[in-house]
Write a protein that binds this ligand. Structure first.
Ligand code: BGC
Length: 434
């Protein structure tokens, strides 16, 4: 039905959506725009296995450690990457988001592995062969051991080193990449720093001190180094800029952005801390990504803030295995906020559920997508929805216990088995409609 709100909304959407994602016709309420990206995401360290030259591998094996178990073989995706792509294709998806491992590509400073560049080139080409747009994250948290041993992002050379790595990758297979992300959730440690108890900061410090001792250096920084984030932040902000420039220098037409961790933050009552918390969690990055082609939004939670802090979830709300409430409008709220704060089109680069009971995923996912569609109908330009995650994997400090995948993975045979929710998501993606 024509009305003023629809008209303004669709005009705004058409203005703000970049040409590489342009919509051909006005979609119906249930139908997503033509060319909408439907995908699933993974990250190298979480699925590849034996990422032995990375900071996380070191810290998983440090004593004391924050990790509940080591990543080991993970899902063996370094070998079985084609099975992952086949799975994504079998679900009717049109894109696949994955990360390349800096520590494999540059195992020693300035030494670039042709074999590993070839490997990732095969993965990117494998996406193309299957009709999946390859969306490549250049850094999904893990860094080479040598980079961590010199202080990681605190080191003044860090942004240039990251840009040099981006340049090498681009020159090797940049022509095949569909969308590039510089850093994954670079604001995640700011959120962790503000939310974790002091004991966790002390435990993280003890882990880094032990790793420094083991490597004979003063300042091994890596893994979930939330205690160090304020020393790392200026160089991470710069790394995004320099990484983006390096990528654009090789291919000016390639869409490049960062992906941000964003909750659906809501204000309750007078004097709510909501805006103060938003500033801490996102402020620096909201400013830093302005002028990018788009911004990636990754949402898992809703926070309601009163004047004292975060309120508990009301009784009766479905809970994740981490004890956090699941709300259908959480993703849409985060997307709307980030678009309004940056003026950029949004790509949902992650959204998913920590749940062992797949029935909750089946019931919640269509509701979240309906809410997402509603903000799109209000004029927020959304380029795609990429679910976290394709397969159950190594969930960082929590090990393999959390189950966020659309498919499970046998820990011994590595056989991937789609869960019933994969069919539900696939049906929506195939018809591009709810
Ligand atoms: C990260 C993923 C992680 C997911 C679920 C995001 O913060 O980018 O690597 O697995 O959340 O915790």
């Amino acid at each position: 039905m024509f009305n003023r709100r629809n008209f303004i909304a669709s005009s705004v959407a058409m203005m703000a959506v970049p040409a590489w994602a342009a919509t051909a016709s006005a979609p119906s309420k249930r139908t997503f725009p033509k060319g909408f990206h439907w995908g699933a995401a993974t990250a190298g360290h979480q699925i590849e296995g034996n990422n032995v030259n990375s900071d996380f591998w070191v810290l998983e094996h440090t004593k004391p450690t924050l990790f509940s178990e080591p990543s080991g073989d993970a899902c063996n995706s370094l070998i079985l990457w084609a099975a992952d792509l086949d799975l994504a294709k079998s679900m009717g998806l049109n894109c696949y988001r994955f990360s390349i491992e800096w520590s494999r590509i540059e195992p020693a400073p300035g030494q670039f592995s042709i074999a590993m560049l070839d490997h990732y080139k095969r993965v990117v080409a494998g996406c193309r062969q299957r009709g999946l747009t390859p969306m490549v994250t250049f850094n999904h948290w893990t860094v080479p051991v040598w980079f961590a041993a010199q202080g990681s992002w605190t080191h003044p050379d860090a942004p240039d080193l990251f840009a040099r790595y981006c340049d090498r990758v681009m020159r090797y297979f940049g022509d095949l990449i569909g969308v590039a992300f510089t850093l994954n959730e670079p604001n995640g440690l700011l959120i962790a720093r503000a939310m974790v108890p002091p004991q966790a900061i002390a435990a993280q410090k003890a882990m880094l001190v032990a790793a420094s001792r083991a490597h004979g250096v003063d300042n091994f920084i890596g893994g979930p180094a939330f205690g160090e984030i304020h020393n790392m932040l200026p160089n991470m902000l710069k790394a995004h800029k320099l990484g983006k420039s390096a990528i654009k220098a090789a291919r000016s037409d390639l869409p490049v952005g960062a992906t941000l961790a964003v909750a659906d933050d809501q204000a309750a009552g007078p004097g709510s801390k909501r805006d103060e918390m938003r500033k801490i969690f996102y402020g620096a990055w909201i400013d830093n990504v302005k002028g990018d082609d788009f911004v990636g939004v990754q949402n898992y939670v809703r926070n309601v803030w009163d004047a004292k802090g975060k309120l508990p979830d009301p009784a009766g709300v479905p809970l994740s295995s981490e004890g956090q409430g699941i709300y259908p409008s959480s993703l849409a709220g985060a997307v709307r906020y980030v678009h309004e704060a940056t003026g950029l089109p949004v790509m949902v680069t992650e959204h998913g559920y920590y749940i062992t009971d797949d029935k909750i995923r089946i019931s919640q996912l269509p509701l979240a997508l309906a809410e997402l569609k509603r903000v799109m109908d209000d004029g927020v330009p959304v380029l795609g929805y990429i679910h976290w995650t394709l397969i159950d994997n190594f969930e960082w400090v929590s090990g393999f216990a959390p189950k966020l995948g659309l498919a499970s993975v046998d820990p011994k045979t590595f056989v991937r088995t789609p869960k019933p929710s994969a069919a539900v998501f696939a049906a929506i993606a195939r018809r591009n409609s709810l």
